[in-house]
Design a protein around this ligand. Structure first.
Ligand code: NAD
Length: 491
C-alpha cells in the first residue's frame, strides 16, 4: 500500500509489490455523505423485516459460496495468505453469515417476560430495535471473516452499515460491498469508504449510531476517545497474547500440532493465535523436540505449496524483529530459526524457549510466525503465567483430566480444550476479550445484541385495586404492598 497522490492510494500485493487496485482517500465530507445515505437506506432495510432480510442474506451467502475461489484468490493477492487459508476464511465467514441470518429473529424478536408481583396486571415484553447506521472499521489480517463478524450480524439485526476496511485490504472490502449490492440493489444498505486512519476517525465523528472496531489496542483507544465526544457506543475488538497450556496428561501430538498451527498459520497474524506456550516440565523436552520438527518442515513463500505467506503489513516485520532481538538479548534461545529468519516480506517460523516473562515477546503482541515455549513446574503455575497479561482474548488448554477446570480459571473470553481456535468456528459462541483486548462481543446471541437496543414495553391488562403509582392511591396502599413483600421475602 503506497500513497500516490493526495486523493488516492494503492493496495499492493505484499509478496510482489504489484498494485492490486487504486482507491480514493475518502475525506470527512465523503464519509458524512455515505453515512447520510445509509441513514436514508436504514428504514427500508429495517422494514424488510427478519424474513425479508433473511432471504437477502441467504442469497448473498449463495453468491459468496459460488464465487469463493475468486474471493480467495483476491485475498491471496491482497493479503498474501495461502489460497487454502483464504478459502478456509471464506468458509468461516459463510458459516457465521448463515447463523446470523437464521437466528436474528429468535434472538432479537419480541419476547414476553413475567411481569412479577408488583405489575401482575400488566403484560411485559422486550424486543431489540436496530441502531440505524453502524460504522465498521476493520483490520487486514482476516480481511473477510473479521469485519463480516460485525457486518453480517449488524445487517441481520436490521442496520445499514458503512464499512472502512484496512488500507492494506480495500479491494476485499470493495469485493464484499459490490457483491452485496448485487443482491440488494435497491438501497445503499452496505457501503464502502476507503482511506487511512483519518478516514476511520471521520467515521467515528460522522453520526453513526454505533461503531464496531477491530484492530490494534492503540487505535482502539483513539476510537473510544473520538466516540466519547458524541456518546457513540463502541465495540472494541483488539489484539491478544494468547497462551496455550500443556498439562502432564496432555495428548502430546495434538498439543504440538495446535502449537504449530495456532502460532504459525496466517503467518502468525491472528488476534487469537498462539503466542505463548506453557508446558509442564515433565513433558517439555519431548514437546519442544516435536514442535521443532514440525515448525522446521513448514514452507514459507508465495508459491502454491507454501504454509506461511508474506507479512501483510511491512511495519509489522520490524515489530517481530524487535521481539526476537529482545528475547535473545535477555537469555532466550531460538530452537527454530533466528534473527536471520526475518527476510522481508517474509518471516520464516521462529520458535523461542526459556524467554523471561518480562521480555517483549511475552508481554506484547508479536503478530508474526513466532512462538515462545516456556517450561513450568506445574499446571497451576501455567495458569498464573497465562493470566498475567494485560491482554485477555483467547486461550487453549491441553489436558485429559482437568480441561474444564483449567479453562474456568483462565482469564480469557474464549478457551478451547484439546484444540486451538475452535471457538471461532462456532457461530453461536460469542467472541471477544477484556483488558487490552477490548470489550463487547461479536458472534452468537451477544454478537447480534451488540447491534440492537432493547426496548421494553408493559401493557396494562386490567386495573389493580392497589395503585401505588397514583396520587389517588389510598392511604394504606404502600403499607399493604409492604405486607405482601414481608410475607414473600421477609422471613
Ligand atoms: P490498526 O489498529 O492499525 O488498524 C485497524 C483499522 O483502524 C484500519 O482500518 C485503520 O485504517 C483504522 N484506523 C487507524 N487509525 C485510526 C483512527 N485514529 N481512527 C479510526 N480508525 C483508524 O490494526 P491492524 O494492524 O489493521 O490490525 C491488526 C490488529 O487487529 C492486531 O492487533 C490484531 O490482534 C487485531 N485483531 C483483533 C481481532 C479481534 O477480534 N479481537 C480480530 C482481528 C484482528
Amino acid at each position: 500500500m503506497t500513497t500516490t497522490q493526495a486523493r488516492t492510494f494503492e493496495s499492493l500485493n505484499p509478496a510482489t509489490g504489484d498494485v492490486v487496485a487504486t482507491f480514493p482517500v475518502h475525506t470527512a465530507e465523503d464519509v458524512n455523505a455515505a453515512v447520510e445515505q445509509a441513514r436514508a437506506a436504514a428504514p427500508w432495510w429495517r422494514e424488510l423485516g427478519y424474513d425479508g432480510r433473511r432471504k437477502r442474506l441467504r442469497a448473498w451467502r449463495t453468491l459468496l459460496v459460488q464465487r469463493s475461489d475468486e474471493l480467495a484468490e483476491l485475498m491471496h493477492r491482497e493479503n498474501g495468505k495461502p489460497v487454502e487459508d483464504a478459502l478456509g476464511e471464506v468458509v468461516l465467514a459463510v458459516e457465521h453469515l448463515s447463523w446470523a441470518a437464521a437466528n436474528a429473529e429468535k434472538v432479537l424478536g419480541r419476547r414476553r417476560v413475567a411481569p412479577g408481583m408488583l405489575a401482575m396486571n400488566h403484560s411485559a415484553s422486550t424486543t431489540y430495535v436496530p441502531y440505524g447506521v453502524v460504522g465498521v472499521i476493520g483490520p487486514w489480517n482476516y480481511p473477510v471473516h473479521t469485519p463480516l463478524g460485525s457486518i453480517t450480524y449488524a445487517l441481520a439485526a436490521g442496520n445499514a452499515v458503512v464499512f472502512k476496511p484496512s488500507e492494506y485490504t480495500p479491494a476485499l472490502g470493495k469485493w464484499l460491498t459490490d457483491s452485496f449490492a448485487e443482491i440488494v440493489p435497491e438501497q445503499p444498505v452496505f457501503q464502502l469508504i476507503t482511506g487511512f486512519g483519518d478516514t476511520g476517525a471521520a467515521l467515528c465523528q460522522a453520526g453513526v449510531d454505533k461503531l464496531a472496531f477491530t484492530g490494534s489496542t492503540a487505535t482502539g483507544k483513539k476510537i473510544m476517545a473520538a466516540c466519547a465526544d458524541t456518546l457513540t457506543p463502541v465495540l472494541i475488538e483488539c489484539g491478544g497474547k494468547d497462551a496455550l497450556i500443556v498439562a502432564g496428561d496432555a495428548d502430546l501430538d495434538a498439543a504440538v500440532d495446535a502449537t504449530v498451527w495456532g502460532g504459525m498459520s496466517n503467518a502468525g497474524q491472528t488476534c487469537a493465535g498462539v503466542e505463548r506456550v506453557y508446558v509442564v516440565d515433565a513433558l517439555a523436552d519431548e514437546f519442544i523436540d516435536q514442535v521443532v520438527d514440525r515448525a522446521r518442515a513448514l514452507r514459507t513463500g508465495a508459491h502454491a505449496a507454501a504454509d506461511v505467506g508474506p507479512m501483510t503489513m511491512p511495519s509489522q516485520v520490524d515489530v517481530v524483529r524487535s521481539h526476537i532481538t529482545d528475547a535473545l538479548a535477555r537469555g532466550g534461545r531460538a530452537v527454530v530459526g533466528s534473527l536471520d529468519s526475518v527476510r522481508p516480506p517474509y518471516v520464516e517460523p521462529v520458535v523461542l524457549v526459556d524467554v523471561p516473562e518480562d521480555a517483549l515477546a511475552m508481554t506484547d503482541e508479536t503478530f508474526g510466525p513466532t512462538v515462545v515455549i516456556n517450561r513450568v513446574r506445574d499446571i497451576d503455575q501455567a495458569v498464573d503465567l497465562a493470566n498475567a497479561s494485560r491482554y485477555a482474548l483467547g486461550a487453549a488448554v491441553f489436558a485429559k483430566a482437568r480441561g474444564p477446570e483449567l479453562a474456568a480459571r483462565l482469564r480469557a473470553g474464549m478457551v478451547s480444550i484439546n484444540s486451538v481456535l475452535s471457538f471461532a468456528a462456532v457461530p453461536a459462541l460469542p467472541f471477544g476479550g477484556s483488558g487490552d483486548s477490548g470489550f463487547g462481543r461479536i458472534h452468537g446471541e451477544d454478537g447480534l445484541r451488540e447491534f440492537a437496543r432493547p426496548q421494553s414495553v408493559t401493557r396494562q391488562r386490567f386495573r389493580q385495586p392497589l395503585r401505588p403509582m397514583s396520587f389517588r392511591r389510598g392511604g394504606h396502599t404502600v403499607r399493604r404492598l409492604l405486607r405482601l413483600v414481608r410475607l414473600r421475602y421477609g422471613r
